[in-house]
Design a protein around this ligand. Sequence first.
Ligand code: NAI
Ligand code: 15L
Length: 267
Amino acid sequence: MKRLLITGGAGAIGRVMRKRLSGLADAIRLADIVTLTPEHDLEECIQCDLADAAAVNAMVADCDGILHLGGISVERPFDEILHANIIGMYNLYEAARAHGHPRILFASSNHTVGFYPQTQRLGADEPLRPDGLYGVSKGYGELLARMYFDKFGQETASVRIGSCTKEPVDYRMLSSWLSYEDFATLTERVFTVPVLGCPVIWGVSSNPASWWDNSNAAWLGWQPRDSAENWRETIEAEGIPSANDPLVTRQGGRFTELPIITNKPPV
Ligand code: NAI
Ligand code: 15L
């Protein structure tokens, strides 16, 4: 690729990927609503609110791949989710349509299916069971990607990330953890495979306790290498949650218990 755009470049995953993926393109364009500073000559930084259509159009120009990490990443009031994840996602796809359909990796989430019990192994084609407005917005993102593929041939990998952190830190992450390195190798596959289409892929490391079945995406040739199992002893030493704790009952964990956060008085 000549230029890879990373949205959400100032975020937790973006900060790791800007370094790790620097070899994937001749130039990396980092964008975020907060200000970023280039760390070397091959980085470009743009401040852009995803809800600003004109700014998003300029951000996408001249990019041949987009790692879309930007947006609200937890349960928040609807207005915030609407702004960044609903309007922002539409703006991104319209900009991609105007600029030759650069391939997109969309950072979807396990919270699209958070209400499934942890006892159920899931393929990527099961009906969604989002655990909040955030999960609903990620389901919308997956649908938007699908529509732009069917209508215009826009390729997207919707990656339902589990818990992408340096290390697994709680009992649920023994199943849901995705290492930064496994996310990076998945991103490399998504942007180098000759034909991508519009798959939904579980973003999860090679955890024996995982609930997610990626066999539909085997053709991609991505093989996660890390395993949360190496942290089991440490995590269990801190105490196993009680049997009715959503941390061990629902795939979305405690997100399933969160209220709808409203910033307006009820009518
Ligand atoms: P993060 O919250 O650390 O980063 C998101 C970035 O998006 C932030 O830098 C923020 O400033 C930016 N942003 C927010 N609103 C924006 C707007 N209106 N316009 C432009 N930029 C805006 O999130 P993190 O952990 O780095 O996750 C990256 C992506 O992966 C997110 O889309 C998140 O939903 C998704 N994801 C992350 C998981 C994880 O375990 N970290 C799990 C599942 C999904
Ligand atoms: C997500 O979707 C969030 O972005 C992240 O902050 C974590 O909460 C993660 O899911 C998770 O479920 O562990």
